[in-house]
Design a protein around this ligand. Structure first.
Ligand SMILES: Cc1cc2nc3c(=O)[nH]c(=O)nc-3n(C[C@H](O)[C@H](O)[C@H](O)COP(=O)(O)OP(=O)(O)OC[C@H]3O[C@@H](n4cnc5c(N)ncnc54)[C@H](O)[C@@H]3O)c2cc1C
Length: 377
């Protein structure tokens, strides 16, 4: 079994042709703003990856999906990160369709069969605020809610057909405001996309700003969580966060694997060093795949979310050892002769920048260990 063979086989099985198409484009072209990668993903049926086959999707489970993300991350870190945001929304919609009244499965089917892309807007560019405390607010009107505010960074902003955005809505019976997710067509009146991401790292992910100015969202395109902000997560949020952590971790492991692959293909690197790097990368992958298998078993609860976070932070630490070692073994001439090695190495830092930041989870984990419910800051 060659390095990444299993992951690329999963990608070829589920999204035939995509790996070849990505391999044909130089890495730095896939990583720049306006990258062709998102379009190739769409053309190969990527939006339906997690949609069940009965809804015209590819029906991937968690294990296959995380292998696909690792394979994509090894070709284009930006594409893997951006598509994780789409799959996060899709996983949530699929879960809702299991006990919804029909709209959710119609959306799942439309996204899968028409290859539509969904962006997930949770962050609002305000440092120190958790993802579950949106400042975007909604004003009730007879036609529905009018939503205003800003989401940034919001990956896939330039290619999205649909935005899923966290919003604080008035309680249904006039009670406390509660968290909700609004589904908003990208061509809605009042929705605008503008530049936000100024770094060249992960620039192909289209993580720009989305501004909503009094955008109308009909009641049936709003999913309420019945949770006040900052409260314990409900089952759907828990499930969504587990998928998010799983696929994000697989994506960045893929970016690091692109460096490891370059080392393994380099005969001038001593065999012992190559094997040591292989062992470290595959040990991290085994942790991620163990989590994926647990997700595929079903019954996602807070213990699975805790495991997802343990695996993610563990992989973060593993990449902190693997990546500098790979750069060192590839040597100065590889680093100097193109941007690729430096770019891949820098991109792998991104895993630490997704919610929830490790330091925000110190208190919640300490309380969880003392038998309290797991909360996410
Ligand atoms: C490539 C990429 C793509 C992204 N795409 C999207 C997207 O599509 N949609 C989306 O919603 N978001 C997206 N994000 C944004 C992401 O989800 C985060 O919200 C954002 O990166 C958080 O910014 P921050 O690091 O300043 O967060 P902060 O939460 O402000 O954390 C900054 C640091 O402050 C410390 N800190 C802050 N609060 C606390 C606390 N309470 N306790 C202890 N320490 C604390 C932590 O050490 C943390 O590392 C993306 C991010 C990246 C890197």
């Amino acid at each position: 079994m060659r390095f990444l063979e299993r992951e690329r086989a999963a990608l070829e099985k589920l999204l035939p042709g995509l790996d070849d198409k990505l391999r044909a484009v130089p890495l730095m072209d896939l990583e720049r703003p306006g990258s062709p990668a998102v379009g190739l993903f769409r053309a190969c049926g990527g939006p339906g990856l997690l949609a069940p086959e009965e809804f015209q999707g590819r029906g991937a489970g968690a294990l296959d999906a995380v292998r696909v993300q690792r394979a994509l991350g090894s070709r284009s870190p930006s594409l893997a990160v951006a598509t994780t945001m789409h799959h996060f929304s899709m996983a949530t919609l699929v879960r809702l369709s299991q006990d919804g009244e029909g709209l959710e499965w119609m959306l799942v089917q439309a996204v899968a069969s028409e290859n539509k892309l969904m962006a997930s807007g949770f962050a609002e560019g305000r440092s120190g605020t958790g993802i579950l405390s949106p400042s975007m607010t909604a004003v009730p009107t007879p036609e529905g809610l009018r939503i205003s505010g800003v989401k940034r960074p919001c990956s896939l902003a330039r290619s999205m057909d649909l935005l899923t955005a966290s919003v604080l809505v008035p309680g249904e019976d006039g009670g406390e405001p509660e968290l909700a997710v609004a589904l908003i067509p990208a061509d809605s009146e009042g929705l605008a996309v503008s530049g936000f991401w100024s770094s060249s790292f992960l620039a192909g992910a289209e993580s720009e700003q989305v501004t909503l100015d009094n955008v109308l969202v009909p009641a049936d395109l709003l999913v309420r969580t019945a949770c006040p902000p900052g409260a314990r997560l409900d089952e759907v949020q828990t499930m969504g966060l587990v998928w998010f952590e799983l696929l994000m971790t697989g994506s960045y492991l893929g970016a690091a694997s692109a460096l490891v692959e370059r080392v393994l293909l380099n005969d001038r690197v001593p065999e012992g060093e190559r094997v040591a790097l292989l062992v470290a990368a595959e040990a991290a992958a085994a942790g991620v795949e163990g989590l994926a298998r647990r997700v595929d078993e079903g019954g996602i609860d807070e213990s699975v979310l805790a495991e997802a976070l343990f695996v993610r932070y563990g992989v973060q630490d593993a990449l902190g050892r693997i990546v500098p070692r790979a750069v060192e073994l590839l040597g100065g001439l590889n680093f100097m002769s193109s941007d690729e090695v430096g770019h891949l190495a820098a991109c792998t830092h991104g895993l630490a920048l997704h919610p929830p930041a490790r330091s925000r989870m110190t208190g919640p984990f300490a309380r969880y260990l003392a038998d309290a419910p797991l909360t996410v800051a």
